[in-house]
Design a protein around this ligand. Structure first.
Ligand SMILES: CC(C)(COP(=O)(O)OP(=O)(O)OC[C@H]1O[C@@H](n2cnc3c(N)ncnc32)[C@H](O)[C@@H]1OP(=O)(O)O)[C@@H](O)C(=O)NCCC(=O)NCCS
Length: 342
């Protein structure tokens, strides 16, 4: 008889056990943005819903913000760091290509030899991480998995670009995913559309940016640090029309109707996108909606866990409630799911 591999068994179900966030101390109100671009507080507020954002200082590194956020999530989960069997860090703004920042974060948190890796899924990064963590817990490769969404988008912001200078913020959010007696994470509806890769992207690749200025820009011209750029209206239309459908699919896959939700926590991209999605989903008015963007700006992978923590902190949603989360962004990529709040 040929030898058989011993089967791996994991938890039957998974859920989020704890969530935590870190917000940089420096607040950038719209009035400060007006020093860089020709705009107005009123324009920024009405077009994006943003009143202020937070930008990280030199000490608030990707690793430091992650450790702070994860520490809170682990404490809320009531587990020891060494019980964590996987650390997934979703980020597009860790500027060192290798090694992954996840290993340093795992080590600083005391997660032993847990596998640790970074993923690049922009504003869908937290949802992608959640999908992976859910699979790891149920597949038996880890008991608890830490998912971190962290960004220092200020490092990739061109403060002279009127279409992006006011949007981005920095911060970290984390969640601990572990075993559960009942389903706590619905099917993650995720996907990508590489035909729209250029809609949100870095202005130039690092090799181009660091090539000899003479070769790239012509003699004497200054090499420009890469930044994020986007086709605002294309993103807006895609987010409102296509992403509302993805959110509906996540509800359907979970067997939940909008009126059963205790919270809607979309990626904090733009308040107008959030409002349009609420309308398209026909969300009952009593379902609380995350509107953290007003004070935090768009923090990409960090935005959903940051908003989740804030809603719980402020009592806008409570532990055990069902929340619909949806992230979407550069790739283009998206991920939505119904989750039970920790
Ligand atoms: C970026 C965004 C706010 C711009 O709003 P918009 O209505 O599309 O703006 P437009 O680029 O069409 O410009 C409209 C007008 O505002 C002006 N404008 C553009 N940026 C401006 C600024 N920062 N301040 C003041 N005026 C501005 C334009 O010059 C234009 O003026 P005109 O009508 O006289 O020509 C909007 O497209 C958006 O939110 N897109 C989605 C972005 C997003 O969520 N990204 C995150 C994805 S994860």
């Amino acid at each position: 008889m040929s030898p058989t591999i011993k089967p791996v068994t994991g938890a039957q179900y998974s859920r989020i056990h704890g969530v935590g966030g870190y917000r940089p101390t420096r607040v950038i109100p719209n009035s400060e943005v007006l020093n860089w671009i020709d705009s107005s507080d009123e324009w920024i507020r009405t077009r994006s819903g943003i009143a202020e954002r937070r930008w990280a200082g030199p000490e608030e590194t990707v690793a430091e913000m992650s450790v702070q956020a994860a520490g809170k999530a682990i404490a809320m989960a009531g587990i020891r760091p060494e019980q964590i069997g996987g650390v997934i860090v979703a980020t597009v703004s860790h500027l060192k290509q290798t090694p992954a920042i996840a290993t340093e974060i795992a080590q600083r948190l005391g997660c032993g030899t847990a596998p640790a890796f970074d993923i690049s899924a922009a504003c869908a990064g937290f949802g992608y991480g959640l999908g992976l963590a859910d699979g790891m817990v149920r597949g038996g490769s880890a008991e608890y998995v830490l998912v971190i969404g962290v960004e220092r988008l200020s490092d990739l912001t061109d403060v002279t670009d009127r279409s992006t200078a006011f949007i981005f913020g920095d911060g970290a959010g984390a969640a601990v995913v572990g075993p559960s007696e009942a389903p706590g994470i619905g099917k993650v509806v995720w996907g990508s559309d590489g035909s729209q890769a250029e809609v949100i992207s870095q202005t130039q690749a690092w090799d181009t940016a660091f090539a000899k200025p003479d070769a790239v820009n012509g003699a004497g011209e200054e090499t420009k640090w890469p930044a994020l750029r986007m086709e605002g209206q294309t993103v807006f239309r895609w987010a409102v029309y296509d992403m509302a459908k993805v959110a509906e699919q996540a509800l359907e896959a979970a067997g939940i109707t909008a009126d059963q939700l205790g919270a809607f926590i979309p990626h904090q991209a733009n308040m107008r996108i959030i409002d349009a999605m609420v309308k398209k989903l026909d969300l009952p008015p009593n379902v609380p909606v995350a509107r953290d963007i007003a004070e935090t700006g768009n923090t990409s992978a960090a935005s959903i866990p940051l908003a989740m923590e804030r809603m719980l902190e402020r009592g806008e949603a409570k532990s055990g409630d069902l929340a619909l989360i949806i992230g979407f962004g550069a790739g283009l990529v998206y991920a939505a799911a119904v989750v039970t709040l920790p």
